[in-house]
Design a protein around this ligand. Sequence first.
Ligand code: HEC
Length: 149
Amino acid sequence: MREQWARYIALLTGVLVLLLAMIFALIQNPSKPPASMVGGVGNKQSPIMTSPQVDVKKQALIATGRSVFETQGCMLCHSIAGKGNPRSPLDGVGGRYSAEAIRQWILAPVELKNKLPARAFQAKQTYRHLPVEELDALVAYLKNLKKEY
Ligand code: HEC
């Protein structure tokens, strides 16, 4: 009689341990990862240039460039997407010029003297005083303008 009880208890303990293990396993390993983790951005093997981090940095640079453009009087003579002076639109300028050429058009070195009206040439000389980070951001912003209107 005693033996049977002992077996009973041993069996019960075994079942209990098994149950606890199963519950524990369920809690620790949710059966399905959230959809965002399957084939999401994080799982793609992205080359360095398009990694989200680089993108974020580039977008920040472009945003800074846009505000430099808007605060430096560029729109007195130029327009982008219909905003500003329509006489000299800069839409799609990023597709037409290299970043270096864009920089030159902003700073107007003497080589550009004949290609610019005197007033524009004069106005552009003041951009030489822009901090280099602002100039870089401005160039990045314009280089990113690929769309023609
Ligand atoms: C006083 C007027 C004036 C101001 C201010 C001015 N520009 Fe210009 N810019 C011109 C003129 C005129 C040209 C000659 C080409 C044209 O008409 O598009 C030109 C040309 C350019 C070009 C080459 C465009 C092309 O399609 O050939 C770029 C890029 C440019 N400017 C950027 C800027 C930026 C950025 C600013 C502000 C930081 C600025 N400009 C401020 C008058 C101005």
